[in-house]
Design a binder for this molecule. Structure first.
Ligand code: PDD
Length: 277
């Protein structure tokens, strides 16, 4: 396959990482993952806006602007003949002898990108999933989409070992988000999700689902909610680029609502699916 390496297109085997790349040593970099539907990147502008924000927060300068990046990613999609699938790209601060502080001299950041074919509905679980409720042990800037994902990785693995599909995380009883997704509940007809602050990643799918809810006239509250509220919710679901809107029907050994995907959840999923047709 063809990959993007800075401003060049290489064969996958030619994409090599320097052993002193700060992304490799410190996780000092940012990324985005987005979905391709019918040969087009979905919600591209929102992803690029978030990328620029992540870069600003880490004082990392991109090698070129996001319009040019979008052109390169488009070419990557065409060269690999992807109609449906994923685009992943990341930018690290670059390679230099290891020292925590930013390099004094200017070094080039390293941008790499790849695509992966996936059928239109791959990774969807419309019948619902089981999640584990786990401690959120991550740092306090979860709003930045950085390469540092160990807190997410460990929780995701623990959930898997418990027989769950993912984990929903909480800080001292306040639900934040999933390990790779945002978390929503429905109570008495109201859609509730954690506000977009430093404790969660403001998912592009989250933003889109909130817009769908408004379009459908579903009342929304962006506020924190507790694990207790999650357990007693009428409905729960997660959102991400990969899973779109996925009902949560079990939390540890307890069912959510009547143990079936909720009506509002399914309305949102249907509305979402219409938009990616
Ligand atoms: N993960 N929260 C976390 C911690 C995430 O890692 C993700 C996405 C989301 C949802 O964001 P979006 O709707 O923009 O996909 C929320 C991506 C898919 C990943 O790491 O592969």
């Amino acid at each position: 396959s063809t990959i993007l390496y800075n401003d060049s297109f290489l064969r996958r085997e030619q994409g090599k990482v320097d052993m002193e790349d700060r992304g490799y040593q410190f996780g000092d970099g940012i990324y985005e993952a987005l979905r391709v539907y019918n040969g087009k990147m979905f919600l591209l502008d929102l992803h690029m806006k978030r990328l620029n924000r992540s870069a600003r927060e880490l004082r990392l300068s991109l090698p070129y602007d996001t319009n040019h990046l979008a052109e390169n990613l488009d070419r990557l999609i065409r060269e690999n003949q992807i109609d449906y699938g994923y685009v992943y790209f990341q930018i690290t601060r670059g390679a230099i002898a290891r020292k925590h502080r930013f390099p004094e001299q200017k070094i080039d950041c390293v941008l790499t990108g790849s695509v992966e074919a996936a059928s239109k509905d791959e990774d969807l679980h419309a019948d619902g999933i089981k999640v584990s409720l786990l401690d959120d042990i991550r740092w306090l800037r979860c709003d930045i989409k950085t390469l540092n994902l160990l807190g997410n990785v460990l929780a995701n693995q623990e959930a898997f070992e418990q027989g769950s599909d993912d984990a929903i995380l909480h800080r001292d009883g306040v639900v934040t988000e999933g390990t790779t997704c945002n978390a929503f509940i429905v109570k008495d007809g109201v859609l509730i999700t954690h506000p977009a602050d430093h404790f969660i990643l403001n998912g592009i799918t989250r933003i889109f689902v909130l817009e769908l809810a408004e379009r459908l006239g579903i009342p929304v509250e962006e506020r924190t909610y507790t694990t207790e509220e999650l357990r007693n919710a009428d409905e729960a679901f997660i959102t991400s680029t990969g899973v779109r809107v996925t009902p949560v029907i079990r939390i540890d050994d307890q069912s959510v609502g009547d143990g079936k995907p909720g009506l509002i959840t399914l309305r949102l999923l249907r509305a979402f699916n219409l938009d990616v047709e």
